[in-house]
Design a protein around this ligand. Structure first.
Ligand SMILES: NC(=O)c1ccc[n+]([C@@H]2O[C@H](COP(=O)([O-])OP(=O)(O)OC[C@H]3O[C@@H](n4cnc5c(N)ncnc54)[C@H](OP(=O)(O)O)[C@@H]3O)[C@@H](O)[C@H]2O)c1
Length: 330
C-alpha cells in the first residue's frame, strides 16, 4: 500500500546562489521523482558523495529540492513493471539516485525498474543495505584485480583511506580470501578496528611520502585506493612488477602527478573503478558479495544510526570523523 505521507531528508537551495541546506520534510508519493517501482526503504546509508552533496559541495546535485542518498535496500510496494511484484526485496544504487533523481534518504523511493537489482540469495536486506554502493565498489576492486591476475600468496595488497566505508569492506573481503592486507589510515586510533577486519599491518599516510622518485621499493601485488593525489602516485611508485592498482576515490585529491615508469618498466596496471556499472556486471558482482566475497565482519563495519541523526553524521563524515559504513535503518 502506498503511504499517504512519509518522511524524507531533502536538500534545498532556497536562493539561486545561496547555501544548500537539508531538512526533514513530510511528502506524498507524487512529490518523488518518477519510476515504475515504489520502494519502502528499509536501509540507506551515507557515502562520501552524500556527505558532500548535503553541503552543496562539488556540484553533485544541480537541481533542488532533491532527496539525497545514492543507495538503498528495501521492499517493492507498488510495481508498474512485470519483472517486480509487491514484496520483492531490491537493492538500488547509482543511476543518478540521490543526485539527479530522488534517492534513499527517505522512507519511500520511486525508481526505474531497470535500476533495481533483486536481492541476491545469501544476503539479508540488512546485509545488503550495509554493503550498499560501498560494498559493491570494494567487491568491484577485488573483481578487477583478480581478473587481472591477482591471487593470494604473493606480496601484500594495500588498502588506503582504510577506515572508510569502501576500504573497510575491501579489507574484510581481501583478508577473507587469504590476502595479506596492509591498511593505510590517517586515524591514529583505527589500528584495532582495522586488524579486527583482517589487516596484517597498519601504516600511517606518511609512509606515502617521498615524492620525486620515479620508482620506490616494490612492495605491493595489488592496491585499493580511496585517496587519489599523492597517495595514488606513491602506490604506483611502490607497486611490484605486474601489480594491479585500483583507483576508486579522491578523498585526498583529484590530481595525479606521476610518471609512466611504473607502467612501462614494471608492467603495473592502473584500473579505474566506477561503481555505476551496467546491470549484468552488478548482478555478477553482487552474487559474489552474497557468496565467496561475502565479508565476515559486516556487523563490526556497520554503524547503524536512526534517521534523525542523518545530518549530524554527514557533517561528521565531511570532517573525517566516521569509520566503516554509516547505515540508516528506516
Ligand atoms: N568510483 C566510484 O564509483 C566510487 C564509489 C564509492 C566511493 N567513491 C569515492 O571513494 C572515496 C571513499 O568513499 P567512502 O564512501 O568510502 O568514504 P568514507 O567512508 O568517508 O571513507 C573515506 C576515507 O578516506 C580517508 N580520507 C578522508 N579524507 C581524507 C583526506 N582529506 N585525505 C586523505 N584521506 C582521507 C579516511 O580514511 P582514514 O582516516 O582511515 O585515512 C576516510 O575514512 C570518496 O572519494 C568517494 O567519493 C567512488
Amino acid at each position: 500500500m502506498a503511504p499517504e505521507r512519509f518522511h524524507a531528508f531533502r536538500l534545498h537551495r532556497d536562493a539561486a546562489d545561496g547555501p544548500v541546506c537539508g531538512r526533514f520534510v513530510e511528502l506524498g508519493v507524487d512529490d518523488l521523482s518518477p519510476g515504475e517501482l515504489l520502494v519502502r526503504v528499509a536501509y540507506t546509508s551515507i557515502n562520501y558523495k552524500d556527505a558532500l552533496a548535503a553541503a552543496g559541495l562539488n556540484q553533485i546535485v544541480r537541481q533542488y529540492p532533491r532527496i539525497g542518498g545514492i543507495d538503498l535496500a528495501g521492499l517493492v510496494v507498488q510495481s508498474g513493471d512485470p519483472r517486480f511484484a509487491p514484496g520483492d526485496a531490491v537493492v538500488v544504487h547509482g543511476f543518478g539516485i540521490g543526485v539527479d533523481h530522488d534517492g534513499g534518504h527517505a522512507e519511500y523511493a520511486r525508481v526505474r525498474a531497470d535500476w533495481a537489482l533483486p536481492l541476491p540469495a545469501g544476503l539479508s536486506l540488512e546485509e545488503a543495505g550495509t554493503l550498499g554502493v560501498a560494498g559493491y565498489t570494494a567487491a568491484l576492486c577485488v573483481h578487477w584485480m583478480e581478473h587481472n591476475g591477482l591471487a593470494p600468496g604473493g606480496l601484500p595488497v594495500v588498502v588506503t583511506g582504510a577506515s572508510g566505508g569502501v576500504a573497510s569492506v575491501a579489507i574484510d573481503i581481501l583478508a577473507g580470501r587469504g590476502y595479506e592486507v596492509v591498511a593505510v589510515s590517517g586515524k591514529g586510533d583505527a589500528d584495532g578496528y582495522l586488524r579486527a577486519l583482517g589487516a596484517a599491518r597498519v601504516l600511517a599516510p606518511d609512509a606515502a611520502a617521498g615524492a620525486g622518485r620515479a620508482l620506490d621499493k616494490a612492495q605491493w601485488a595489488g592496491a585499493v585506493d580511496a585517496v587519489g593525489g599523492e597517495m595514488l602516485a606513491w602506490l604506483l611508485r611502490s607497486a611490484a612488477p605486474e601489480a594491479v592498482v585500483t583507483s576508486f576515490g579522491n578523498a585526498g585529491g583529484a590530481e595525479l602527478h606521476t610518471t609512466v615508469l611504473p607502467l612501462i618498466l614494471r608492467g603495473v596496471r592502473l584500473i579505474g573503478i566506477n561503481a555505476n556499472s551496467p546491470m549484468p556486471l552488478r548482478q555478477a558482482v553482487w552474487a559474489r558479495l552474497a557468496s565467496d566475497y561475502k565479508p565476515r565482519h559486516l556487523a563490526r563495519i556497520a554503524q547503524q544510526l536512526p534517521f534523525a541523526q542523518l545530518p549530524e553524521a554527514m557533517a561528521r563524515m565531511r570532517e573525517r570523523g566516521t569509520r566503516g559504513r554509516m547505515v540508516v535503518a528506516l
